[in-house]
Write a protein that binds this ligand. Sequence first.
Ligand code: PMP
Length: 384
Amino acid sequence: MEKIYLDHASAMPIDSRVYKFAEPYLLNVGNPSSLYEFGQEAKDAIEKSRIKIVDLINAENEKTIIFTGSATESNNIAIRGTAYRNINEGKEVLSSAIEHISVINPMKDLQKNGWTYNSIPVDKYGIIDLSKLKKIITKKTIVTSIMYANNEIGTIEPIKEISKIVHDEGKYLHVDATAAAGRIPIDVQKDGIDLLTLSSNDLYGPRGAGVLYIKPGVKIQSIMPGGGQERGLRSGTENIFAIAGMGEAAKIAKNEMNAESKRLITIRDKLISEITKMDETYLTGHQKQRLPHHASFRFSHIEGESILLNMDMYGIQIATGSACSSKTLEPSHVLLAIGLKHEEAHGSMVITLGRSNKINQVQKIVKAVNETVIRLRKLSPLIK
Ligand code: PMP
């Protein structure tokens, strides 16, 4: 059976070109802190990778780029590192209601330790309520964290407008661009971003590397003291394979972004128009301001987990945003934030396309979704 992978937001394969490029660093590499040739080769690989990241996001220079171990780590350093460093200027932090948990949880942790944490609501499409942002932000708000685009509903936020409001009133804007990078152009200078998070794996790079961009002049401190690597902000021996691979992945993503995004938009829009023809089936997120590879839906009367398992029987891998945590079985905070009721949020399906997907797969996907939804609704105790 042909397998169709439609869950690129959860995990992406390493691009074979990236693997080929970075493989020598997996097999044979010194410690970049060592002065002999072997070590210096490793250091050189990191610095070359930094230049490629600068190029992807139009950063001012290489010094603005810190390699970390993941997007989660970058988010934590950005939020906690600025909150603690600027404690004398205020103890307030702010995020949108639909941030990734790796943004929300560090903020909640700060709240437990005496900071004020506020969350900004979004509209039914997932767009930040700018008037609420204006009302809530104060001179004491050290860091405001708003994602470039949401991983569950694909909505792209108006970052330039957000930046203006944040800089009129508050201090730093942190942007989690994990879902957006490599799909839509990001220009940290034009967008007015102070801190930006990227993830290697979300660019078809190896797992085990992330980036935190830090605009020159931003005051930030380490949250994990150690050997002082990466400007003292991310101590620990560098993962050269992942870092070198991430740079190459960023270069490929930048070169191919225009053509690849156009190609994926065609597949995405066909999927959206076909799938939403079904009864009581709705697109979640914004129709136009959405990521090129992202199509997310909700179906009344059925559960996301059952959709996922049924689709898997067709060899098609999708995600469901319905249960953020299988431990709590709570519906996704993102879907609740866009105004869905609990029972509505449970029936969600998220498709994130990638390089392996082709337009000729659409028919098979749509057929599988149709059959799945009809079968599950027949069994649903929610339909009287
Ligand atoms: N932010 C966003 C928007 C994400 O989608 C993810 C997950 N891919 C993360 C942060 C965290 O990434 P990781 O688990 O690789 O640290």
